[in-house]
Design a protein around this ligand. Structure first.
Ligand SMILES: Nc1ncnc2c1ncn2[C@@H]1O[C@H](COP(=O)(O)OP(=O)(O)OP(=O)(O)O)[C@@H](O)[C@H]1O
Ligand SMILES: [Mg+2]
Length: 251
């Protein structure tokens, strides 16, 4: 019987999800925005959150990264509760965030925008070594040719690639992506999809993707559908039915 003890410990550690949200409620003033949200991101997987405009997807990501505080509920990162950590500290323990709308700093160069991403490393940052890893340019070759260009002069698609690259500079274990293909031309959408897939393959990180573009949604392992701040459906993306697509995606 004693042999079961180490086994159960092993099982527990190997199944600890990267992110586990339980019973999360969030209010903007009196407005109840997120309702009893439960959502899990297993390690090494891409999970997609879908839902129509204004249902609370961005609000959920901001609660995870620590820009907003829930009224109740638990957020665990790699098995540890993080509700009391500041946004800075959540970035330092490995949560990367690519905000909706990209938030590139227009009057800094591409290189300077990338270097900002090193902030998330905190004490893990190599002292005074402000280099861009080659992987960034392998994923997004266009950035290599534009390092001294102003961020504000890039196209929407290039800015989105820069925003993802900036988040990767912080070497996240969990990457939150908020509508990375919104307003972007189809050819670049495929580049972004491929880059995200390669990021998962080469670094093993976990991804929580908020997305409306069906082709990208299908790349995820599992989906959650949100309506009025609550999770109302979930399942494997292989089994995404036309009903779910019609109801929760703006296709
Ligand atoms: N700062 C704010 N103060 C009050 N209400 C807000 C604020 N920001 C967002 N809301 C409201 O919270 C709700 C959820 O917004 P949220 O941005 O999370 O939706 P979303 O699902 O990300 O939408 P979209 O698909 O348009 O990005 C909406 O009703 C929105 O109007
Ligand atoms: Mg949003």
């Amino acid at each position: 019987m004693t042999t079961t003890v180490p086994q159960s410990i092993h099982q527990q550690s190997s199944t600890t999800p990267m992110l586990k949200i339980s019973g999360l409620n969030f209010y903007y003033g009196e407005s109840h925005i997120l309702r009893d949200v439960d959502l899990t991101v297993p390690k090494g997987q891409m999970i997609c959150l879908i839902g129509r405009n204004g249902v609370g997807k961005t609000t959920l990501l901001k609660n995870i990264i620590g820009l907003l505080s829930p009224r109740s509920g638990a957020i665990a990162y790699d098995g540890q509760p993080i509700n009391s950590l500041t946004a800075d500290n959540r970035a330092r323990i490995g949560i990367g965030y690519v905000p909706q709308g990209r938030e590139i700093i227009p009057r800094l160069t591409v290189k300077e925008n990338l270097i900002i991403g090193l902030e998330a490393l905190g004490k893990r940052a190599p002292k005074a070594k402000k280099e861009i890893p080659e992987l960034i340019f392998e994923l997004f070759p266009v950035l290599k040719t534009m390092l001294s260009r102003m961020g504000g002069d890039l196209s929407g698609g290039q800015q989105q690639q820069l925003s993802i690259a900036r988040a990767l500079m912080g070497q996240p274990q969990l990457l939150l992506l908020d509508e990375p293909t919104e307003g972007i031309q189809p050819s670049i959408i495929l580049d972004i999809e491929n880059a995200v897939r390669r990021i998962i393959e080469t670094t093993g990180i976990s991804v929580l993707l908020v997305e409306q573009h069906l082709h990208f949604v299908r790349q995820a392992d599992y989906y959650y559908a949100m309506q009025k701040g609550g999770i109302v459906a979930s399942g494997s993306t292989e089994q995404l039915s036309n009903d779910v697509i019609q109801e929760f995606l703006a296709v």
